[in-house]
Design a protein around this ligand. Structure first.
Ligand SMILES: Nc1ncnc2c1ncn2[C@@H]1O[C@H](COP(=O)(O)OP(=O)(O)OP(=O)(O)O)[C@@H](O)[C@H]1O
Length: 611
């Protein structure tokens, strides 16, 4: 069993109510699946005391003097299998949001990581002939490698097997326990091992199949520790009323409120049958439920490397999170269980939970358990990170489901990135070389005097900003693309390639027009950089800027006027390679990646590759 080191930790927890007394307190309760009936919120817990971080003066003072960071999280991915396109989807979206917030000048803490405890991990490790630890190391590495390939610039990567995190979980458990919110009871119910969750019979399909994983749930009876979620019913209702933006998109808020109103039931937070987990502080025969453990990863990730870990320090380093970005499959954990757990521990709930839709294949959620996934790595190797990132964020309305379509993948990338943006840049630079030896004849500010093109660009940039702020990532892409469309129309109308031949003022006008287009391209490179950072760096480099200059850009650089007279542009090179459509009889992207995934899975099961 993991984490024997905890014993000494527990000895330091002086203020804990003896656990046996809690068990005794509840042992007479009548069955409601388990031996306890839901109760109202205790008088001792008021919304106001729970909703502020009540972790003591150190945390509060430190916070008061600090600029509040923008703390953004992805789910901590379960390492039962390597990452896939679905995991990439959330992480790419989070990265785009983090990059946008950094452009606004915010101090961003972008947290991602891996959830590494639980029955499913132990089973997956065994199937691969590895110890759980080796298995977690391998799969967690695979996530980090993929994030590198996809240009994911996270600030913190938390693994739930990190001993520092395990200490935080114990401390948190003790707080909740001290608040009288943990009790022991028998439980009998239908368990989905893939969700790692007991299910209500009414939410299951025929043969007690989990609707998400299409696998039958098993009847289990366990003697577990429970979290008294039902005590938080009223507080959650009030919290939702006074924080209407807590869950986004709005239609998911209704769903969550529906769950709460239909009555919250306590849930079990330990497993007696699972060894691969953090032991319950007062009972080393049980381990802490993987969700109770994993959610706390968002808090422990905030700890700085060089500090002695404590809940107080972690919370003081940036909690509450500004935004949890998750798939809709785990909304209940994040929007109901998690805030209640935090309230119990006297810690503020996160500010917002955004539950996006699913990337689907043939209408079904792509997932590790169903195995109907696409390998993002193969797509990145073939088409680059920008193509994958742009497609996912532009194609799928953020919040809704969307199918991966090869045809759309090719068409959108070719039309938008290769043609509207790449080709416009390429032909403008080509003309500039011909007309002005690749040198700008005039400042872009002067070039735009009296020209409405500049206003069109400013208008689209403003729209893009609002869309990014509202997490409407597809619309943000669309607004940036409008600049490219306007640039192409302007170029075609003005035809500088023929005007410059007329000499005199026509030549000057042509030279000026090229500056206008290139300035628009520069603005595109800043405004699209959250979505397609590598592509935008290439655009910036073609405009004569260094990597450092690109990395130092802020949203204020989307204002007109960055290009100066006399600047020399780089040699033109296509910034985005067109994706060729498959010819008759050729294998498609989806088929090819599916085949590769299958081969990898087969190799894995034969122990030929690591992850
Ligand atoms: N098809 C998908 N579409 C969008 N996001 C997904 C998809 N699959 C996984 N995710 C992201 O990963 C999170 C779930 O992580 P997890 O590690 O449990 O992956 P999973 O593939 O859904 O696993 P499983 O199939 O075993 O349930 C989701 O909440 C979401 O953020």
């Amino acid at each position: 069993m993991a984490g024997r080191a905890f014993l000494c930790h527990h000895q330091g927890l002086v203020a804990i109510t003896p656990f046996s007394s809690i068990c005794r307190r509840n042992s007479f309760l009548t069955p409601y699946h388990f031996r306890r009936s839901p109760t109202a919120a205790p008088a001792s817990i008021s919304t106001s005391t729970c909703l502020r971080c009540s972790l003591g003066s150190e945390g509060e003072n430190t916070n008061a003097n600090k600029v509040e960071p923008f703390v953004l999280t992805t789910p901590l991915y379960y390492v039962n299998a390597p990452p896939h396109m679905g995991s990439a989807y959330t992480t790419i979206a989070a990265d785009a949001i983090a990059r946008f917030q950094r452009l606004l000048g915010k101090k961003v803490i972008f947290i991602t990581g891996t959830d590494e405890h639980g029955e499913k991990i132990a089973t997956a490790a065994e199937a691969n002939g590895r110890s759980p630890r080796e298995h977690c190391d391998t799969v967690s590495d695979a996530y980090r490698m993929l994030w590198k390939d996809l240009d994911i610039a996270y600030d913190k990567f938390i693994r739930t097997t990190d001993p520092r995190h395990e200490g935080i979980v114990e401390e948190f458990y003790s707080r909740v326990f001290n608040n009288g919110d943990i009790y022991r009871a028998d439980y009998e119910g239908l368990y989905c091992i893939n969700c790692e969750e007991y299910k209500d019979e009414k939410e299951l399909l025929a043969n007690n199949c989990c609707p998400m994983h299409l696998k039958p749930c098993a009847l289990r009876k366990e003697d577990n520790y429970f979290f008294a979620l039902s005590k938080y019913q009223k507080m959650l209702e009030e919290y939702f009323k006074s924080n209407p933006d807590f869950v986004k998109p709005a239609f998911r808020l209704n769903e969550v409120q529906g769950w709460i109103i239909s009555g919250l039931r306590d849930f079990s937070i330990s497993r007696s049958s699972v060894e691969w987990g953090i032991p319950v502080p007062t009972d080393d025969k049980q381990t802490i439920y993987v969700w109770f453990d994993a959610l706390l990863g968002y808090v422990s990730a905030l700890l700085d490397k060089d500090v002695q870990p404590s809940l107080e320090k972690a919370v003081g380093a940036g909690w509450p999170a500004s935004l949890h970005l998750i798939g809709k499959d785990i909304l209940r954990f994040h929007a109901v269980y998690w805030p209640a757990m935090l309230m119990s521990a006297g810690i503020s709930p996160p500010k917002m939970v955004f539950g996006h839709g699913f990337l689907t294949k043939d209408g079904m959620k792509m997932g590790k358990t169903l195995g109907n996934t696409l390998e993002p790595k193969d797509l990145v190797d073939r088409f680059g990170s920008d193509a994958v990132r742009y497609f996912l964020l532009r194609e799928i309305e953020f919040g809704n489901d969307g199918d991966f379509s090869e045809e759309r993948f090719i068409n959108i990338n070719n039309a938008h990135l290769a043609n509207t943006i790449g080709n416009l840049l390429n032909r403008t630079l080509g003309l500039l070389k011909k007309i002005c030896q690749s040198t700008l004849a005039i400042d872009s500010t002067t070039a735009a005097e009296g020209n409405t093109f500049k206003d069109t660009v400013a208008n689209s940039v403003n729209k893009a900003k609002i869309h990014y702020e509202n997490l409407s990532l597809s619309s943000a892409c669309e607004s940036v693309l409008e600049i490219g469309n306007a640039g192409n129309i302007y170029m075609d109308e003005r035809a500088p390639w023929s005007r410059f031949k007329q000499g005199g003022s026509s030549y000057e006008a042509a030279a000026k027009d090229l500056v206008l287009i290139l300035e628009a391209m520069r603005i595109i490179a800043v405004a699209l950089s959250p979505v397609a950072p590598s592509l935008c760096l290439r655009i910036y480099a073609q405009l004569g800027f260094s990597k450092d200059e690109f990395e130092a850009t802020t949203w204020s650089d989307t204002r007109w006027g960055g290009l100066k007279a006399g600047s020399v542009m780089a040699e033109r090179k296509p910034v985005f390679a067109r994706i060729e459509s498959r010819k008759d009889g050729e294998e498609g992207i989806v088929e090819a990646t599916e085949k590769m995934s299958k081969a990898k899975k087969k190799n894995r099961s034969q122990g030929l590759v690591q992850a």
